[in-house]
Design a binder for this molecule. Structure first.
Ligand SMILES: CC(C)(COP(=O)(O)OP(=O)(O)OC[C@H]1O[C@@H](n2cnc3c(N)ncnc32)[C@H](O)[C@@H]1OP(=O)(O)O)[C@@H](O)C(=O)NCCC(=O)NCCS
Length: 400
């Protein structure tokens, strides 16, 4: 008999951490890493499933927020460390945990939940849809001469000062793009202060108005030694800028770092125009495009009401939600907002499909063409696309 409990003491947190790491085939964290990870275990946010008194699965969440098209930011639970012990998989353990977690997050007042999925086939059934994507860029550094020189000031800063500056800059910039999320204290601690990356470097750019962008990166010198730059790879970990000028300078700086053969920039926004900065745009290749944010709308009426829409004729969406049936029903979506309605739907869709379209990433026409929507009124597909259109590609930029 399995039962689900909310964990609240350090011994259970550590057991959950070890269980999760085991599902990813890693050993338990040693004491020093556990001390850092412990900060990310927050009361009320860690669930575990027990079978005969033994912990067999776990899920948790971090308190965050999500930027919506139109500029509003809503409460969001960032779901992470999902794992079921290998000897107890495919018996409904995750389903039980998901069900408890989704209801719990909604009771906490979160409008949405997001996660990063290890496999694309797991979370659709729980109402999560792939709602943002990122692409991986690879630059041949020796070919990648910038068309012009760095114009502002760029400076390398130490970790402690750097964390302070980049947190402030991140909080200023990130909500400007739909899909970005708020980072919690333990995120900064685990990814910057105690990242364990000795090679982590932070560069801050400033212009006439002060600091306006940063990049965090690392260089793996490869196996060839200092005199052989053939295999040295610079990886861009985090890059945000207030202005296009700051953004361009940060990339110009990166392609000028010596003794680097290749620059790898994983999961960057789809609309980042790095090739246009270079004399030879082919020096920058897109080598992968992957799903990034998996979005679960927990409170559909609120999520739809707080999103912004473009000018277009209204559409009525009929939403199905097996796990959170309060969300079910018809919603009239118009340029001035969205409300529940008694009208018959023009398009009927599951909540995971709505999530895929919600931030503006997947057009309704793609969902209709692939049979993911029930199209009652064919003209409504183009109306929905016009209403949900966005200026910038939705992107989170935060891995957790
Ligand atoms: C992914 C994981 C948590 C699933 O746990 P689980 O307890 O086996 O899931 P459930 O038994 O509740 O499965 C529910 C449904 O999802 C399906 N499913 C679950 N994991 C799946 C997977 N990896 N691939 C395909 N289908 C999967 C099940 O077959 C089941 O389908 P059904 O409802 O049609 O019967 C578990 O396999 C695991 O820990 N994997 C390794 C770690 C990992 O990938 N974690 C996720 C990090 S984002």
């Amino acid at each position: 008999m399995t039962d689900i409990r909310v964990l609240d003491d350090e011994a259970d947190y550590r057991a959950a951490h070890a269980l999760f790491r085991g599902t990813l085939h890693h050993p338990p964290a040693p004491d020093d890493r556990w001390k850092v990870a412990l900060e990310s275990y927050l009361p009320g946010r860690v669930l575990a499933s027990f079978d005969g008194g033994e912990m067999v699965g776990t899920v948790q969440s971090f308190p965050s927020a999500l930027a919506l098209p139109g500029g509003e930011v809503v409460r969001m639970g960032a779901v992470s460390r999902v794992g079921v012990r290998a000897d107890r998989t495919r018996r409904g353990v995750l389903s039980g945990l998901q069900s408890a977690q989704l209801r719990g997050l909604r009771e906490l007042g979160d409008v949405a939940a997001t996660l990063r999925a290890s496999e694309a086939v797991i979370y659709g059934r729980f109402g999560y849809g792939a709602a943002t994507r990122g692409r991986t860029l690879r630059l041949d550094r020796r070919r990648a001469a910038p068309r012009s020189r760095v114009r502002g000031d760029v400076r390398l800063v130490g970790l402690e000062e750097g964390e302070r500056i980049i947190r402030t800059l991140f909080e200023r910039v990130s909500p400007g793009r739909p899909g970005t999320i708020a980072r919690w204290d333990a995120w900064w601690s685990m990814n910057v202060r105690h990242s364990g990356e000795e090679a982590l470097r932070i560069v801050v750019r400033s212009g006439p108005g002060g600091d306006d962008g940063y990049v965090a990166y690392k260089v793996d010198p490869g196996s060839g030694g200092l005199l052989d730059e053939r295999s040295s790879v610079l990886t861009v970990l985090d890059l945000w800028a207030v202005t296009p000028e700051a953004w361009a300078d940060l990339w110009r700086f990166l392609v000028g770092v010596d003794l680097v053969s290749e620059i790898s920039a994983p999961l960057r926004p789809l609309d980042e125009p790095v090739g246009w900065l270079l004399a030879d745009p082919r020096a920058c290749k897109v080598v992968a495009e992957d799903d990034e944010t998996w979005l679960r709308l927990l409170d559909v009426p609120q999520a739809l009401a707080r999103r912004g829409y473009r000018a277009a004729e209204p559409v009525v969406l009929g939403v199905r939600d097996r796990y959170l049936p309060d969300n079910e029903g018809a919603y009239l979506v118009a340029p001035d907002g969205a409300t529940r309605t008694d009208r018959e739907p023009d398009l009927v869709l599951d909540v995971d499909v709505l999530a895929a379209a919600f931030l503006g990433d997947v057009p309704f026409r793609a969902l209709a063409a692939t049979g993911r929507l029930e199209v009652v009124d064919p003209a409504a597909v183009a109306r929905a696309d016009a209403l949900f259109a966005v200026d910038q590609s939705p992107w989170s930029g935060t891995y957790f």
